[in-house]
Structure formats: C-alpha cells, structure tokens
Write a new protein. Structure first.
Length: 132
C-alpha cells in the first residue's frame, strides 16, 4: 500500500539520528510496527516527502495506541497538524488513520486522566528515547 504524501506533513523533531534509530528499534522489537518496514522507510516520517508515493509506517497495534504514541512523542512542534501528519505517515490495517477519531479519542482519555498510563510499555519507549 502506498500513499500520495502531502509534502509538508511530517513530524518535526529535535531527536538525533541515534534517537530516531533507537525509536525504530524499540517500536519494532515490541511489535508496534510491522517487521517489513525498514529503518529507511521509518525515517521518512521525519522529512518532507521527496517521492510521489510514500510507504506508510504500518502500525501493528490499535489506533488508540497510535494516538497515544504520536501525542507523547511528537506533540511538541507539531500541534497544529499532529493528526494530519499521523495520517500522512502511518497506516493501520492498510488504511490511513481517521484524523477525527484520533482527535476525539485523545480528548476522552485526557478527560479521564488516563493519558499518562494508557499504554505503559509504549510510554516507557517514548521516555527512553526522549531521555526522560
């Protein structure tokens, strides 16, 4: 499955190349992304699209876990288009994530005070990569 990427919808981040590689490794080892996604393909989520099509990173878990991951990993510097960027860079079961569902689910878990503990393993990965 290939998407026609939107050039400016990628994740801006201050992560070093080593942190990005560590993030890829940890997501892969813990089953959050599929093993057929290469390191090179994963790194495309951090750069403007340079090709006519992009292989999205195949998220191997729920849309809720993807929301949780993206919100905790990339919200700084990406707030205005966080969910559009998510839909541009990831797929779930062969489809782009629904941006409206991404927004509403996050509001619900924030209101319930569960944002910090929604997925402890995924949170551990985010904190390890961010060095917190």
């Amino acid at each position: 499955e290939l998407f026609a990427p939107i050039k400016d919808e990628y994740f801006k981040t201050l992560l070093t190349p080593q942190q990005k590689s560590e993030l890829y490794r940890l997501l892969l080892e813990n089953g959050y992304i599929t093993p057929d996604i290469s390191d090179e393909t994963f790194m495309e989520i951090f750069h403007p699209a340079t090709k006519e099509v992009r292989i999205p990173v195949k998220w191997n878990q729920t849309q809720g876990q993807l929301r949780f991951f993206v919100y905790n990993m990339f919200r700084e510097g990406n707030d205005k288009k966080l969910w559009a960027k998510t839909a541009n860079c990831f797929s779930i079961a062969g489809h782009k994530p629904n941006t409206e569902t991404l927004k509403t689910f996050l509001i619900i878990i924030k209101k319930k005070g569960k944002i910090e503990n929604y997925d402890p393993k995924l949170r551990e990965i985010v904190l390890a990569v961010l060095g917190k």
